[in-house]
Design a binder for this molecule. Structure first.
Ligand SMILES: NC(=O)c1ccc[n+]([C@@H]2O[C@H](COP(=O)([O-])OP(=O)(O)OC[C@H]3O[C@@H](n4cnc5c(N)ncnc54)[C@H](OP(=O)(O)O)[C@@H]3O)[C@@H](O)[C@H]2O)c1
Length: 341
């Protein structure tokens, strides 16, 4: 095993200039970790939000740090307590929160966070699944309890999370309305959206009502409109709005101080939700090998298509990140890792 590897490293919090391709030590897996030879890694908004320091209140990193939160590759070493994987297995994972490290030739991954990669798709496509796929699955299944015959509103359906969410909501038996510009309309319709509102031309709240739940991927004004689009007694789950007290207690296992901070930060948003008789929940997804195995099963069964906006070679990661940060990706952006010399 080499001691050094190529990686994408952030040296400080700030703009794109604080992160660059660099050499970093190959990680040493703990007893419960796999060492993965990374073949491809997916990009997510959390990458540039972390770099900018937007998430410092919930997650601070010791710098310099190798960036990247999801990957696909082969297991090259296993910690002593690893039971479910062997060297040579093709796996995919959302790495531990607070760890990052996926934008590199090697990454250490908790056994519980990994699953055997889907066999129907190549490594770059598999690397596009974990973070966005888990987010959509956990929001729709565990928070909204989406079921047969329901009508679900998904603002922001054309991006990384939305392209999974539309298909999963349909898979659970729901009918879906989403928002997309003309750039994304054909895609979201192909994935199963029954109703598409062009958010650049029309207010969704002017044309949609009586939905059984909403999964918001946009935040701000789009989230507030969702309160009026779902029926009283239902839930709006957001991953792009403002964290609330349950985000602290359930998702982040934070203490009373964090709960109080999120209580205050979300006060006016929760008040607006209450005015519509609606429950507001902000979800932070969690890594889960078991949930990833379910997503792999759906991909292999042809029930879940992975939409990839673009695949970039590792040395063009800054360009790939700029494309993501511009906010118009259709599905996911992925980078492929260089061979080990
Ligand atoms: N809390 C969590 O655990 C968690 C997990 C995953 C993601 N997130 C958050 O969820 C959000 C979405 O993530 P993502 O990966 O799906 O992002 P993304 O892939 O960057 O989303 C880009 C897509 O959003 C569309 N879009 C932009 N503005 C819109 C608007 N006002 N209305 C409707 N669509 C709009 C764009 O379409 P156009 O080209 O038409 O503009 C583009 O196709 C991000 O804020 C991310 O940080 C949170």
């Amino acid at each position: 095993m080499p001691e050094q590897m190529q990686a994408f490293v952030m040296k400080a919090y700030g703009g794109p200039e604080v992160a660059a391709l660099a050499q970093a030590p190959v990680p040493v897996p703990t007893a419960t970790q796999l060492l993965v030879r990374v073949r491809a890694a997916g990009l997510n908004p959390v990458d540039f939000k972390t770099r900018r320091g937007d998430l410092k209140l919930v997650q601070r990193y010791r710098l310099p740090a190798v960036m990247g939160n999801e990957l696909a590759g082969e297991v090259v070493a296993c910690g002593d307590q690893v039971r479910r994987f062997r060297v040579g297995d093709a796996v995919f994972a959302r790495v531990a929160k607070g760890a990052m490290g996926a934008f590199a030739q090697f990454a250490a991954v908790e056994e519980d966070h990994a699953a055997i990669a889907p066999t129907r798709v190549d490594m770059p496509t598999a690397a596009a699944v974990p973070l966005a796929g888990l987010t959509a699955l956990q929001a729709l299944r565990d928070e909204l309890h989406v079921g047969e015959g329901q009508r679900i509103f998904i603002p922001g359906g054309a991006g990384g999370v939305g392209t999974f969410a539309i298909q999963l909501a349909r898979h659970f038996g729901a009918r879906v309305a989403t928002t997309a510009s003309s750039r994304g309309e054909a895609l979201v319709r192909r994935l199963g959206a029954d109703t598409v509102v062009d958010y650049t031309r029309e207010r969704p709240a002017a044309v949609l009502s009586g939905f059984d739940g909403a999964f918001d991927l946009v935040g701000g004004e789009a989230l507030e409109q969702a309160f009026g689009i779902v029926r009283p007694g239902s839930t709006v789950v957001s991953v792009a709005g403002m964290p609330e007290p349950r985000t602290a207690s359930k998702d982040l296992h934070g203490g009373l101080a964090m709960q109080a901070m999120f209580w205050a930060a979300s006060f006016s948003l929760r008040r607006r939700a209450r005015a519509h008789g609606v429950h507001y929940r902000y979800l932070f997804m969690h890594p889960s090998g078991a949930d990833l195995a379910e997503l792999a099963r759906l991909v292999d069964a042809g029930a879940l298509e992975v939409i990839v906006d673009g695949v970039y070679p590792f040395e063009r990661l800054p360009e790939a990140m700029a494309r993501l940060e511009a906010g118009h990706a259709k599905g996911k952006i992925v980078v492929t890792m260089p061979d080990v010399a």
